[in-house]
Design a protein around this ligand. Structure first.
Ligand code: NI
Length: 267
C-alpha cells in the first residue's frame, strides 16, 4: 500500500486520464491563469461486496494514508451501499467508495460476478497499485451487455475494474466561477454533455451540497471477444455550503449521488 497520500492521488489521476481525456479540457476551461491547479473535492471508486474485494478492502488503502470513515449511504433501487472517508488534512480530497450488493441481484448476475472475482489473485488486492489496477479478469462484450440489462454499475465494474470512476472539481475553490449554474453553462458552451438525470443540478443549498457531472467519455475496452468503445469515466462538480455552525459541509447526499451514478449510463 502507498504511504503517501499525494503520490496515491497522482497515480489515480494519471490512470483516470488514460480513459478520460476530456478531463484535461475541463481543467483548461475552469482553471485560471493564476491558479492552474484545480482543487479536487472527492474521487469515487466502485466494487462488488464480495469478501475478497469488498468496500473495506479498497478503504484499507486510504486508511493507510490517513483517512477515516465519516458517513454511510444506502441506494435501495440500485442495490448499492457506500461509505465516505476524509483525511485528517482537510485539503486532501474526500473519498467515496460504493459496492454492489451482489446477493440482491439475479442468480445469473451473481454467477457472472463470482466468476470474475474468482480470477483475482488475492495478493493484488493489497498491492500498491490495486486502486488503479483495472480489471483482473477476462470478460466478453456479450457478458458486459448481459450485465448492462440488469445493472449498469455491474457492467461498468466488469469492463473497467479498479480505478477512479470520477474526480470532482471543487467549485468553492475556483477563482473564475461562483455558482454551479455558471460552471454548467461554461461546460455546455464548450460542447460537454451534462448528466441530466434528476436535473442538471443535484441537491440544493438547503442540503448544503450542489453537484453536477459530465456524461462519461467513451473509450475502447479489449473484451475477450473483441474491442468495443463504451462509457468510461466522467468529471463531477461540487459546490459545498456552510452548516449552521459555520463549518463547511463535508458529507454527501444520497439522493444526489443516486443520480450521479447514472453518468456512466450507456448511450
Ligand atoms: Ni462524486
Amino acid at each position: 500500500m502507498h504511504n503517501n497520500v499525494d503520490s496515491l492521488f497522482e497515480k489515480l489521476w494519471n490512470n483516470y486520464l488514460e480513459v478520460t481525456p476530456s478531463a484535461v479540457k475541463v481543467h483548461e476551461l475552469l482553471g485560471s491563469t493564476q491558479q492552474d491547479d484545480v482543487i479536487n473535492d472527492h474521487i469515487a471508486l466502485r466494487t462488488f461486496n464480495h469478501e475478497k474485494i469488498g468496500l473495506e478492502k479498497l478503504a484499507a488503502h486510504f486508511k493507510a494514508v490517513g483517512y477515516t470513515e465519516c458517513g454511510e449511504y444506502h441506494f435501495e433501487a440500485k442495490k448499492l451501499y457506500a461509505k465516505h472517508y476524509e483525511h485528517s488534512d482537510p485539503t486532501k480530497p474526500k473519498v467515496f467508495i460504493s459496492e454492489l450488493l451482489v446477493e440482491k441481484c439475479s442468480e445469473e448476475l451473481q454467477a457472472i460476478v463470482n466468476a470474475l472475482v474468482e480470477q483475482i489473485d488475492e495478493n493484488v488486492v493489497t498491492a500498491d497499485n490495486f486502486l488503479y489496477s483495472g480489471t483482473h479478469w477476462q470478460v466478453s462484450h456479450e457478458t458486459y451487455t448481459q450485465l448492462l440489462a440488469e445493472s449498469e454499475y455491474a457492467a461498468w465494474m466488469a469492463a473497467w475494474g479498479y480505478r477512479a470512476n470520477h474526480f470532482t472539481v471543487s467549485i468553492n475553490h475556483l477563482s473564475n466561477f461562483e455558482t454551479i449554474e455558471s460552471v454548467n453553462q461554461a461546460l455546455k458552451d464548450a460542447g460537454f454533455e451534462l448528466n441530466a438525470s434528476g436535473g442538471e443540478i443535484k441537491g440544493s443549498p438547503e442540503v448544503l451540497l450542489e453537484q453536477s457531472s459530465t456524461l462519461a467519455d467513451h473509450h475502447t475496452v479489449g473484451f475477450s471477444d473483441g474491442e468495443f468503445s463504451i462509457p468510461s469515466c466522467f468529471y463531477e462538480f461540487a459546490l459545498r455550503y456552510n452548516k449552521p455552525d459555520g463549518e463547511i459541509y463535508t458529507g454527501f447526499v444520497a439522493a444526489s449521488a443516486d443520480k450521479i451514478f447514472e453518468s456512466t449510463n450507456a448511450r
